[in-house]
Design a protein around this ligand. Structure first.
Ligand code: DAH
Length: 342
């Protein structure tokens, strides 16, 4: 056979193969084309390849080159068909790989608890009035929770039914360990700060307090207070009222009525209670007063040289008034439908 004829056959074969692979529509026609053109035994390419032996010796290099070229052409056509069929096959079974027009899967983001939000807000307001933030422990001793605050041993506030005294911590008599308790008020932090700081002092402390109250719409056995303390040389009751009024209007709004009522606390003299008006009722939001000289003495301050005021406010009540929450228990039920509103 002549070289020319050999080359012609190969060109024709490559063309046919390309057309066949291009037009195959599925695995079956693809396989048929594969067997026909590149089948290992009797594929057309194989048959032409076998004729190489019949060519003249000096025609062989050119013929070999042409064989390789044609083989590559057919191979490429076959691979392209394979790829095309894979893609359409996937689309038929899985549908489109990605539909960018579908809405995304929404991630559930957590929120900061309303009380934590309130605490941050209160710190912010008091910070602008010059009060620094301090913290104190929730497990307290009798000295800081009562004695140093001028609350005598027979005072009802120390009753075991009104406090979470900690159970026996190793004393063999089995008697309750009355030396430590979950703090019932944040006034403890006043004592801790004054014990460690020389006047002047201007601090707030926000945190949890604990009392064995039955939970109802306005009570919960754990709640939060914001304690404030300002000690300096000539602090006045007028300043106390100004600070509380500024705080209340900043947090509750200019249009919210507040009032001060004479009251009594062992650690202040004189003492007041602060109320705000809500739904026609006066709601107490905290107590305050001028720090009792006995308290100043108990921390080593000289009441002849320094004086000051203190206050303790209920964080939940403030938060509830601002956000119109009617039941304190809603804050602690952990119902996401409620919490997600903040
Ligand atoms: N500790 C008081 C309470 O829990 C609140 C309070 C009243 C705090 C008067 C004070 C204060 O600092 O001066 O009911």
């Amino acid at each position: 056979m002549e070289l020319e004829e050999f080359i012609k056959q190969l060109d024709a074969l490559a063309e046919q193969a390309e057309a066949a692979f291009q037009s195959c529509q599925g695995a079956e026609s693809f396989e048929a084309a594969r067997v026909e053109f590149v089948g290992a035994r009797s594929g057309q390419f194989k048959l032409i390849q076998k004729q190489l032996g019949q060519l003249d010796r000096d025609a062989k290099p050119a013929a070999g080159k042409k064989l390789n070229e044609s083989k590559a052409r057919i191979q490429a056509a076959m691979e392209a068909a394979q790829l095309r069929l894979d893609e359409t096959g996937n689309q038929q079974t899985l549908g489109p790989m990605l539909d960018a027009t579908l809405p995304g899967i929404r991630q559930h983001l957590g929120r900061v608890h309303p009380i934590t939000q309130t605490i941050e807000h209160l710190k912010d307001i008091m910070g602008k009035l010059g009060f620094a933030v301090v913290e104190g422990p929730e497990v307290e001793d009798i000295w800081h929770n009562f004695v140093a605050l001028n609350i005598p041993e027979d005072h009802p506030a120390r009753d075991s039914l009104d406090n979470f005294y900690l159970g026996s911590t190793g004393n063999t008599s089995g008697a309750p360990d009355t030396e430590r308790l979950l703090r019932s008020q944040t006034s403890t932090v006043q004592i801790r700060v004054m014990e460690n700081t020389k006047p002047p002092v201007r601090i707030i402390s926000l945190g949890r307090v604990y009392r064995p109250d039955e939970a109802d719409a306005t009570h919960f056995p754990m709640f939060h207070q914001m304690e404030g303390l300002w000690i300096d040389t000539d602090v006045t009751m007028a300043q106390l009222k100004s600070v509380l009024r500024m705080f209340a209007t900043a947090y509750l709004g200019e249009d919210v009525s507040i009032r001060f009522r004479p009251s009594f606390f062992p650690f202040t003299e004189p003492s007041v209670e602060c109320d705000f008006l809500w739904n026609g009722n006066w709601i107490e939001f905290g107590g305050a007063g001028m720090v009792d000289p006995n308290v100043l003495q108990s921390v080593g301050y000289d009441p002849e040289l320094v004086n000051g005021f203190a206050f303790g406010l209920g964080v939940e009540r403030l938060c509830m008034r601002r956000h119109c929450v009617e039941d304190i228990r809603d804050l602690y039920r952990n119902d996401l439908r409620f919490l997600h509103q903040f």
